[in-house]
Design a protein around this ligand. Sequence first.
Ligand SMILES: [Zn+2]
Length: 407
Amino acid sequence: MRTAPDRTLERLGAQLEYALSRSPHYRQAWGAHRGRVLDDLADLRTLPFTTADAVDAAGPLGLTAVGHGRIARYAESRDTRGRVLGAAATAADLGRASAAMEEALRPHVRPDDLAFVAVPYELSGGAHDTDRALGALGAGVVGVGALSAVCPPERAIALMALLHPSVLVATPDRAVGTHHRLGAAGHDPRSVGLRAQLYVGGACAPAKTARVGALWGTSTAWAYGSTLTPAAGLPCALGTAHLTDTLYHAEVVDPDGQDPVPDGRPGELVLTTLAAEATPLLRFRTGDLVRLGGCGCGDPRPALEQHGRVEDRWSSPTGRALTAVELEQAALSVPGTGLYCVTGAVGGRPTARIDTAAPDVRQEVAEALRRLTGVVWQVDTADRRAFLDATERAGRRRIGLRDLEAV
Ligand SMILES: [Zn+2]
């Protein structure tokens, strides 16, 4: 009987051969690896990484392993450094991603649901994939998008008050902003009747996820993916994102190096596609930090705990780096804290800004951060409105202390 690692190894070998013979980028840049046979999963580490710089330099169809006639979709997005990450998909690629997503969303979505999809539709593929999966489950969809002049946040909240969606697909920060705007416009957010939230993007601490769910009085579920790696992590019935191991092989490596991180530590997610036709990817460094762990649901596929972008890590004066989400989790685990904890340095001093004013809470947050990091923290507060405004200005980027000071 073939085991799961055997099947993964077989698919990796086939995908490697396919990419090196059919994809222009891999044919040229990885020519030295033609004919390479993987004897075990660890052999993969002898291959180079595919970087965002390489994908950007290759151009829109530089990685595409099929002819124009077989492209069912081309999508692209820009990462936080402005690099263009484009990916074509065949109809079969789209079908595999949609089927995985439909299966994962089934416990969370009912045929009588109306879903507001508040993630960008322009060029990127995630909103369309979600839209199709929701439609396949019988739910209605309103594609309000995000960051679009056609449907600004004011219109999206007016439509929510009128149409009463039961599902919201957004980032957690967008969900908080929507809640605030509804209240400011004189609506009771709870009267919208939202039942479930699906978070895509905007990685945050589990403590924050729980609070945003409680704010709305809904269940929460996480997905993970990008234009290059659609449907890479999808929610189980408990709402935890798990690796879609039929489509991707995952490694977690030192963001500053090449070695795997010790089990249970956050590191940079490196994905290799297992079944991609149009855009095979070999050891793609996503720039996203994750921690692979378990989940109470019993699903053997690793849970993907998202820790934000590599560039958003905090480096302590002692040289130890922690993810923004680890710091956020330590701070927001303190009872009496709110929805935000932004960390950085002011005048060289480790500083955290939270959205609650009680002095004893500030002290406890400082103590929690000191326990985690081993250094002394300055903790101050800002009005929640300042966090909401900064988040809106920052777009998809994680906000920093400087964003809170900008007018
Ligand atoms: Zn699970």
